[in-house]
Design a protein around this ligand. Structure first.
Ligand code: UD1
Ligand code: CA
Length: 473
């Protein structure tokens, strides 16, 4: 890496063009906020750029739904430049003029080219420095160049570029050109700024094209070169939903391949959705049709069975998530056993060796080591102590229609089946609750609480009834 890079020296800035509407998506959401691999296109580009320069030197040009875009990526620490009216990629850079003026060089990335790898950005930058160029274009030879700007080299085999020609402006003989413009460039700032105002909008879209800088700089006697990306796949753009989903599929396949290379077993990986930022330890097993979303982390020897969807959760070692569980924003300690058909809602803290069985829903609930809720329960706004057993059909009544209240259950408690616990309520250590109880008062330690109607047995009742009926007939 060159010295102007990660060191944070002010020699190199990055500008990410992200102000466009994305008309071809036909969506109300701005293009750069559409997600692949579980995060917005722009967040992928920022992540790659942040591995090359520190975020204070990265400027995102925002415009369409600027506040929404800013809010979505503000936590990355990048700077923002506003382009209130989107008059083309050249105009986007004009808007960033003041931001980049103090830097010797500037790397320009596109917010809708999300698979770009930091290694490739570095390759572009190193080539730019080595060639001592005013403008260096990252190019590629994709299977289908249609729609992209094409690279017109000065002569065949030369590093130098004559111009970039957009699809709609291609002369018939230029349609054969397979080398495309990735929309990613390096510029010597002084050369860029000296000619930036010469861009014209006399083209098919009536926009200022940044691509025209190639011809402008070349005419001014400046050196314009292009370097080809090693893999055309990483510079593919996302202009339509279909293109974006193709990138998502590629990213997903690459993520699964990376996990498998690190020792994770993924059966039928093409059926699983594994977001880009998910971390899985070696020897974990992922069955077909599993979705691991957001910032999920899975420890070693854990097994995730089919049809489970896990989002923003932290799972320890040797956790078993059986079929068809839905887990969100929760933590599961080592040896926890969940499901099948369990629903852990946000704020569930599942302790070591805890069992949460079928048709159990938890929310903001802490279940301490060895606690069990094996069947058909709702445990919300609750604490359940170590080794406590929650019987089938137990419900914490946490909501009075206005406010939420806590249920506290101590250690070693036995809650009989079909118990309702009307919060706020506390059941102390070692207490027993008889099945079918509606508990409305605190239960002291070691006590037995029974809160149900007394059973009456009427001996001979059935025969008496029968006799009565027969008499009537
Ligand atoms: C652009 C290039 C094309 C290249 C392709 C690669 C131009 C004129 N063409 O075409 O040569 O092959 O990328 O993907 O640059 N943007 C702004 N402000 C604007 C307009 C666009 O910030 O006023 C942003 C967009 O949000 C987007 C990026 O710039 O992230 C590229 O714009 P887009 O309209 O997608 O350009 P392409 O037609 O794909
Ligand atoms: Ca594009």
């Amino acid at each position: 890496m060159s010295e102007a890079g990660k060191s944070g020296a002010s020699g190199l800035a990055v500008v990410i063009m992200a102000a466009g509407k994305g008309t071809r998506l036909k969506s109300k959401r701005p293009k750069v906020l559409h997600a692949i691999g579980g995060k917005p296109l722009l967040a992928h580009v920022i992540a790659a750029a942040s591995r090359v320069v520190v975020p204070q030197h990265i400027f995102a040009v925002i415009g369409h739904e600027a506040e929404q875009v800013r809010a979505a990526v503000a936590s990355t620490g990048v700077q923002f430049v506003e382009q209130t009216e989107q008059r083309g990629t050249g105009h986007a850079i004009q808007c960033a003029r003041a931001a980049i003026a103090g830097y010797e060089h500037v790397l320009v990335l596109s917010g809708d080219v999300p698979l770009i790898r930091p290694e490739t950005i570095e390759r572009l930058w190193d080539f730019h420095c080595r060639e001592n160029a005013a403008m260096t274009i990252l190019s590629a030879h994709p299977a289908n160049p249609f729609g992209y700007g094409r690279i017109v080299r000065t002569t065949q085999g030369s590093a130098e570029v004559e111009a970039i020609v957009e699809q709609k402006a291609l002369a018939p003989e230029q349609e054969q050109i397979g080398e495309i413009n990735s929309g990613i460039y390096a510029f010597r700032t002084a050369a860029l700024l000296a000619h930036l105002d010469k861009l014209s909008n006399a083209n098919a879209h009536g926009e200022l094209y940044l691509t025209d800088m190639a011809g402008l700089l070349r005419s001014a006697g400046e050196r314009v070169v292009a370097v080809e990306a090693e893999d055309a796949a990483e510079i593919l753009g996302a202009n339509t939903i279909a293109e974006m989903m193709a990138l998502d599929a590629r990213l997903n396949a690459a993520t699964a391949a990376r996990q498998m290379a690190a020792g994770v077993t993924i059966f039928r990986p093409e059926t699983c959705v594994i977001d880009a930022d998910v971390e899985i330890a070696a020897d974990a097993i992922i069955e077909p049709f599993v979705q691991l979303r957001g910032k999920t982390t899975i420890g070693t020897d854990s097994v995730i069975r089919s049809y489970s969807v896990i989002e923003n959760c932290t799972l320890g070692k040797d956790v078993l998530v059986r079929q068809s569980c839905v887990l969100a924003d929760s933590t599961l300690a080592d040896g926890a056993r969940i499901g099948p058909f369990a629903h852990l809602r946000p704020g569930s803290e599942i302790g070591e060796n805890v069992h949460v069985g079928n048709f159990v829903e938890t929310k903001k609930a802490r279940l301490a080591k060895g606690a069990k809720a094996n069947h058909l329960s709702y445990i919300g706004d609750a604490e359940v102590g170590e080794g406590t057993n929650i019987g089938a059909g137990t419900i914490t009544c946490n909501y009075d229609g206005v406010n939420k209240f806590m249920t506290r259950i101590g250690k070693g408690v036995f809650v009989g089946s079909d118990t309702t616990l009307v919060a706020p309520i506390s059941v102390e250590d070692g207490a027993y609750i008889g099945a079918g109880s509606c508990i409305t008062k605190d239960v002291p330690a070691g006590a037995l609480a029974v809160g149900r109607g007394k059973q009456i047995n009427k001996e001979g009742w059935a025969a008496a009834r029968k006799a009565k009926r027969e008499k009537k007939d």
